[in-house]
Ligand binder design. Sequence first.
Ligand SMILES: *Cc1c(COP(=O)(O)O)cnc(C)c1O
Length: 381
Amino acid sequence: MNFESLLIHGGIDGDERTGAVNVPIFQTSTYKQPGFGVNKGYEYSRTGNPTREAVEKLIAELERGYAGYAFASGMAAITAVVSLFKSGDKLLISNNLYGGTFRVLDKVFKNFDISYGIVNTTDLEEVRASIDDKVKAIFIETPTNPLMDITDIQAVSKIAKEKSILTVVDNTFMTPYLQRPIELGADIVVHSATKYLGGHSDLVAGLVVVNNSELSERLHFIQNSTGGVLAPFDSFLLIRGIKTLAVRMDRHNKNADVIARYLNGREEIEKVYYPGLESHSGHDTHKRQASGFGGVISFVLKDSYDYKKFVESLEVVTFGESLGGVESLVCHPASMTHGSIPYEIRQNVGIVDNLIRLSIGIESEEDLIKDIQNALDKSRI
Ligand SMILES: *Cc1c(COP(=O)(O)O)cnc(C)c1O
């Protein structure tokens, strides 16, 4: 089946018993056991639930992995993955990783002696040189949030394999429609399904896909033991969202391309970060490993523009956290998504106060450009 059809018919397609075209919401905590040691494959919904199982099978097929697991949020999914490691282990992370991932490593897992090292994963020599005996995995995002740095997934996975460590890719920004890290050699893919996979800003969810049975068993054990599972209703909403992923992503790609090129030509703008621009340093690498550039654009306003005024003057684009929904959103990384990263680190990596991140939705591109133009005009100091 082609990918677009798999989005709609993959995993568990409908309901065998009734013929319903959608997987029912199995809103149940427990299951009748006809006798001792006898059940129909389900005992308790933390361990397994048919609606959750449907989305787990679906994401595993979409990412071309061995098995998938659904969690109550992207952070619960990432927490489960980090729980595969033990005290004394160290993870290497990209240098402008999602703020929440940095925070859980820095403020939670550090207490359990699981440490992290920040590396520039766009520099393969630096990656190779940073892997010592303690390092057990490398955790990357590509493009990164919010600076859109591109890491060569295939090259990093190859280095990781040579050193017998795992490669984990947060594929939230691309989705399996545009980029499939397991096909490029990664071992584990994580998602904040809150974003493009859900696609409508109406749920919080996380997914993990692993590439082999050993990781699958360990991850299921962690999921069942720690319990941060996705609820049946949210599993249903996520399946519903995934069905339209291809058409939504095509439109996100198209709108973002138009807006990135518009911003790139404006005198109010210092710099535009979008991998679709030929001038972007990761453009060629990204094109090799993904089939589109996604809907997220970051840019820096010149000093003579007030970022607060700009953000507050937007009317079609909504000021708020998150990304990946059908509606366009604007956020201020330095105070919002990346507020938990210390000021000096933020400045060093380029998350300056005049940096704005746009998640371009699927509205009319003409309305979006008019809105941005109007806000630029109003924000001149
Ligand atoms: C939002 C996000 C997360 C966290 O996911 P939640 O669903 O908010 O818990 C992790 N990684 C990336 C890249 C994100 O954008």
